[in-house]
Design a protein around this ligand. Structure first.
Ligand SMILES: Cn1cncc1C[C@H](NC(=O)CCN)C(=O)O
Ligand SMILES: [Zn+2]
Ligand SMILES: [Zn+2]
Length: 493
């Protein structure tokens, strides 16, 4: 970074951020200490405690904080569990300023020391420049980086360059229950004056090269149930004389995808958007180590060998994965059972311009077809319990130029423009509701290990991430006036 490129204001801000590193890390340590695991019901009160901490932190910034209650969730065993509130925060309402809405989550994936952590997952520990702890990169670190960037302006008594809105939730790792409904209800309320939405809940594609994300795949999750009689049977007494539900189910699952990864469901590729020349150009320059990605997977060979093919198959084509079978005998040892009812679970990561209801219909038609050919008397039920749409943004929006400039200011190089093969279901909802551009500005590196053992964010990424956000606010403030000519509402299928 050559400091001569920095404005006096940037120099002052970056100096403050460098000087307060230990405070910022202390903040993260306090947040990581709360075991806000939203997946395990018995930890729900920790999540609720975490929401109060986050609300207090925003209030300390001077923000107006509204903790919206979402009621409760009913578990499969009938038990009711309170949902953590969603925080809607607001800071600044200057009509001269643009309004940026930041979305993040402060719940985490489960973690236990015994899972293979080198350190206690809930005690943030620095080793060789890395800050280890559950939630360090997903998503407590990035949420705090944003808050600390705002805090820096307040501490230095610099006029806020933008108006801020915050949406902070505590159920992301458990499917963001109730969030979409709340966003819809607030379309003409809280969201009515939002100009841009920023999410920082992904990673760079490389360990060193910064990135901006302009698209994520959607995910359509399916359940396929095959039911025979009302009880499990002995294979010595009934094997050979009945249509077995698990045999039917395996044939159904086997019909979904061929050994080359090609999905066999008729029509499924029909709506896949053609790759544009602009996208082809973006792929060429991306820093991505195929060998490293392969090594991370632990497998011997991938379906594709070149960077271009791999990126296409992760970002631009749908994929189908089989996740499991409920009701099948899976313990070690031998059990000569014929299970009465089995439920297969699979999901299809979809891409623009695939339509969720079309995908659902194609899946149902295909499975019913395959099943009909088996002349089985068993009962087939197909359902789609979760459907998240893909999201893609216009990289030519001034928002992307502003973020790119902020990254160049801090890291001295331009970011790669990347997509993410996984799904942030709420991204598309933000875009639909606000009719404004959404951007993902990741600050964590490819090897941060989100959802894994020894999750971390490096000290450098955390601190430089705070600077990126601060520089980004200044860039956004330069867009005032330009916005109304350049930012057209976008919709995509
Ligand atoms: C729960 N779920 C089911 N379908 C999609 C999801 C979300 C999940 N999201 C992430 O992992 C965020 C990555 N930064 C995923 O993509 O699997
Ligand atoms: Zn996350
Ligand atoms: Zn996560």
């Amino acid at each position: 970074m050559s400091s001569s490129c920095l404005s006096a204001l940037e120099t002052e801000i970056f100096h403050y951020i460098d000087a307060h590193q230990s405070d910022f890390i202390e903040n993260l340590k306090e947040w990581v200490a709360v075991e806000s695991d939203s997946v395990q019901p018995d930890l729900r009160k920790e999540v609720i405690q975490m929401m109060s901490l986050a609300a207090a932190r925003l209030a300390a910034l001077g923000a107006t904080v509204n903790s919206v209650s979402l009621g409760s969730q009913q578990l499969l065993n009938g038990q009711h569990l309170p949902l953590p509130p969603v925080i809607l925060g607001e800071l600044g309402k200057d009509p001269q300023n643009l309004t940026i809405c930041f979305y993040g989550h402060v719940d985490v994936q489960p973690a236990k020391k015994e899972d293979g952590w080198k350190t206690d997952p809930y005690i943030l520990t620095e080793i060789n420049g890395n800050l280890y702890g559950r939630g360090a990169t997903d998503n407590k670190g990035p949420v705090l980086a944003w808050i600390n960037a705002v805090e820096t302006f307040r501490a230095l008594k610099i006029a806020m360059p933008v108006n801020f809105k915050f949406v902070i939730e505590g159920m992301e790792e458990a499917g963001s229950l109730g969030l979409e409904k709340l966003l819809e209800e607030e379309k003409h309320g809280f969201f009515s004056d939002v100009d841009y939405v920023v999410i920082s809940d992904n990673l760079w594609l490389s360990k060193k090269k910064p990135a901006l994300i302009y698209g994520t795949r959607g995910n359509a999750c399916f359940s396929v149930e095959v039911e025979g009689g009302d009880k499990d049977l002995h294979s010595g007494t009934f094997g050979g004389i009945i249509h077995e539900p698990l045999t039917d189910l395996i044939a159904l699952l086997d019909s979904l995808v061929d050994p080359t990864g090609h999905i066999q469901i008729p029509g499924i590729y029909d709506a896949v958007a053609a790759l544009t020349d602009e996208e082809k150009k973006l792929h060429g320059s991306i820093e991505y180590d195929v060998e490293e990605h392969k090594n991370n997977s632990g497998v011997k060979k991938l379906l594709y060998s070149t960077k271009e093919e791999i990126l296409l198959h992760l970002w631009h084509y749908p994929s189908l994965s089989i996740h499991g079978i409920e009701g099948a005998f899976h313990e070690p040892g031998i059990k000569t059972v014929i299970p009465a009812k089995v439920i297969g679970k699979f999901s299809i990561r979809q891409v623009p311009n695939m339509d969720l209801s079309d995908v659902k219909q194609q899946v149902v038609d295909h499975l019913e077809n395959v099943f009909a050919k088996r002349n089985s008397p068993n009962k087939l039920k197909v359902s789609m319990p979760l459907g998240a749409k893909p999201w893609v943004a216009d990289v030519n929006d001034p928002l992307y130029k502003a973020a790119k400039k902020a990254i160049r200011t801090v890291f001295g190089e331009d970011p790669d423009f990347i997509r993410d093969g996984s799904t942030i279901p709420i991204a598309r909802t933000f875009q639909t509701i606000t009719q404004k551009t959404v951007i993902m500005i990741p600050i964590g590196a490819a090897d941060d290990g989100e959802h894994s053992q020894n999750e971390k964010i490096s000290r450098r990424n955390y601190i430089e991430g705070i600077k990126v956000f601060a520089a980004f606010f200044l860039e956004i403030s330069k867009l005032r006036g330009q916005l109304h000519e350049t930012s057209k509402p976008r919709t995509n299928k």
